[in-house]
Design a protein around this ligand. Structure first.
Ligand code: FEO
Length: 626
């Protein structure tokens, strides 16, 4: 018997769940099962987006036949050739011999490799489109999110992104289809993180590239190949992808992974955890011989500080710890502070070997403080362990001298006791009359800035404002460290390029003021933006609140002046008048334009290592000429 669910009036989920699979890809345990999502579009033409694993082929074909209701299948779009989405290709072609496969050239090659089939496919490239009647489908290449042939499709008619492995989640759907039908944050976010970190965690740069491509699209729904469809609160998952793909931690806290044969290394790890807890620092602990590596890796993507405690084994790292560290290096872990503890009854080597592996990763700060145990921790070594705890604590933002104290979110634990609330509609939130601002800060000689949409006056006596800054932003970290910032209020003459320049790139990787000819600063020494803005306000932070992905800074106004009489940009104005609308039809010309400065490279393809001769941005910042 079929089991389908409607995503929209003419888009039907025809996938299937597998709760008997022990190990996804033969590596990742899936105790909650996994879904293989496939979607059928019933337009003037019928379109099947991806298929399923052979384990659930029977249910899938029942679903497709039911949803087609006697119509022929016109198109089969393959976003990803991994067999969990294509294993049934032969049977699909037997059942629907008239179907036209739509895929890119790399996929066609893989079809030959996997099935030895010479397919007369419709080959599509970046931004090619397919008109199916009412719907216009635009193809977006997403190489290495998870395999090189991966692509996504944007349905500009119903504003749906078919995101392939992107935004996927482990876990069977259990009757639900939409993320808002379950308590996603409580019940599934860990599995979304585990899926991301292990499946595409290595490819953060490529994920960033796709996020940058889709940022100009008006997306109302995301349909991934695994897990739930997103139709509400898309920012919940997109903000996580921004953090994960830039290897920024989600939370300040310490993940302690230990490998212990007879419990002595575990004992040291646990004492360290207690020392950290008594300093008010969150801790999680994993016995890496027991906990699946995929869970530990996911946790490493979440927390800011990592501790590895391992016994020595065969003159090396204990096997389960060695596997874990190798896995973390392979998954490109970055931007973490690490402490190492070793144990060895006669020749401890594990600590140095772990260090050697992690030193190859980008921006990993390995603390000098360490503990080398001989068989069991001695009372005389407690001071060494405390030194490790102190060194870790020193890296936490509060309440070290000069740093801004972070208060607990005062309302986060309060529950709505007024019965069932209506689900949160982002449309209502967008109606708030937000402005848009360039938030700037300075740390030493480094200037940086980013776009924010939340800056409001709180009191006039004293003059005080609040701003919310996303933790992934470098500007956020600078403000937390220095306690000072400027906001330049954007005016309606600001072009989209200003939003791209300050909003779509990280100051960690680029100098956003590199090509700036002027050096306008307020009395606090921080830059402000004199063009396309109408006012500048300087703030000195007096309080800060941790709200998960954001910090809310409350600041005294120390300086404020008007630059022009242009109206301020509101969020609504930005969407109506500045943000480019999705193009209904993409013209095909050969060439690529730099999104930063407009330089045009004539030719196709654009070499991967191409550097813009004008603004020095790489190929990632180019898009096909439209
Ligand atoms: Fe679900 Fe990369 O495949």
């Amino acid at each position: 018997m079929h089991f389908t669910r409607k995503v929209t009036d003419d888009l039907i989920w025809v996938g299937a769940n597998d709760r008997r699979l022990a190990m996804f890809e033969g590596v990742y345990s899936v105790p909650g099962g996994v879904s293989y999502n496939s979607y059928l579009l019933l337009d003037e033409k019928t379109v099947l987006f991806d298929a399923v694993d052979k384990a659930v082929s029977h249910r899938f074909f029942e679903n497709v036949a039911f949803a087609l209701d006697g119509r022929q299948l016109d198109y089969f779009i393959i976003h990803h050739m991994e067999p969990d989405h294509t294993a049934v290709l032969n049977e699909l072609l037997l059942r629907y011999p008239e179907v036209k496969i739509v895929c890119n050239a790399k996929t066609q090659t893989m079809i030959k490799q996997f099935f030895d089939l010479d397919i007369d496919a419709e080959i599509v490239k970046e931004n090619d489109t397919l008109n199916t009647g009412r719907h216009l489908l635009q193809f977006i290449m997403a190489p290495m999110v998870h395999w090189p042939e991966v692509m996504m499709t944007y349905d500009s008619t119903d504003k749906i992104l078919f995101s392939a492995d992107g935004f996927g989640t482990f876990g069977a759907l259990n009757g639900a289809i939409f993320a808002d039908e379950v308590d996603f944050n409580a019940d599934y976010m860990n599995e979304a993180r585990r899926y991301y970190a292990n499946i595409v965690g290595k490819y953060g740069t490529q994920v960033q590239a796709v996020l940058n491509k889709t940022i100009a699209l008006d997306i109302e729904k995301i349909c991934p190949l695994h897990g739930f469809v997103w139709r509400k609160n898309l920012s919940d998952i997109i903000s996580k992808y921004v953090l994960w793909s830039t290897y920024q931690p989600e939370e300040n806290g310490v993940m302690i992974a230990y490998a212990s044969v007879y419990g002595n290394t575990e004992n040291a790890a646990e004492i360290l955890a207690g020392m950290l807890r008594s300093k008010g620092i969150k801790t999680v602990m994993f016995d890496v011989s027991v906990t699946p590596a995929s869970e530990v890796i996911a946790s490493a993507f979440k927390w800011s500080h990592l501790v590895f405690a391992s016994t020595t084994y065969n003159a090396g790292i204990f096997v389960s710890m060695e596997d874990l560290v190798n896995d973390l290096v392979a998954h490109n872990i970055q931007n973490r502070t690490v402490a190492v503890i070793e144990n060895g009854s006669w020749a401890a080597t594990s600590g140095g070997l772990i260090r050697g592996k992690l030193e190859k990763c980008k921006n990993i700060n390995i603390l000098e403080q360490t503990v080398s145990i001989k068989s069991g921790l001695k009372p005389s070594q407690l001071a060494d362990l405390e030194a490790v705890a102190d060194a870790i604590a020193a890296g936490f933002p509060e309440p070290a001298a000069g740093a801004i104290p972070i208060s607990a979110n005062p309302t986060a634990s309060e529950e709505n006791k007024n019965g069932t609330a209506a689900p949160i509609d982002n449309g209502a939130i967008y109606k708030l009359s937000y402005g848009l601002f360039i938030l700037t800060a300075r740390d030493g000689e480094k200037d940086n800035g980013c776009i924010i949409n939340t800056a409001i006056q709180i009191t006039s006596k004293p003059p005080r404002i609040s701003i919310a800054a996303i933790k992934a932003n470098y500007t956020h970290d600078m403000i937390k460290k220095t306690g000072e910032f400027n906001i330049s209020i954007l005016s309606t003459d600001a072009p989209f390029s200003v939003f791209e320049h300050f909003g779509f790139h990280s100051g960690r990787d680029t100098d956003k003021f590199e090509n700036c000819t002027s050096d306008d600063r307020t009395a606090n020494g921080i830059k402000y933006i004199p063009k396309y803005t109408n006012s500048v306000i300087s703030g000195k932070v007096v309080d800060a609140y941790d709200y998960g992905t954001h910090t809310l800074f409350v600041a005294d106004i120390t300086e404020a002046f008007v630059l022009s009489n242009e109206s301020s940009v509101t969020y609504q104005y930005y969407f109506d008048n500045i943000k480019p609308k999705p193009k209904p039809q993409i013209e095909k010309k050969k060439g690529f334009v730099c999104k930063i400065c407009g330089y045009v490279y004539e030719g196709d393809p654009l070499p991967d290592d191409f550097i813009c001769p004008i603004c020095k941005h790489g190929a990632i910042d180019f898009e096909p000429v439209k």
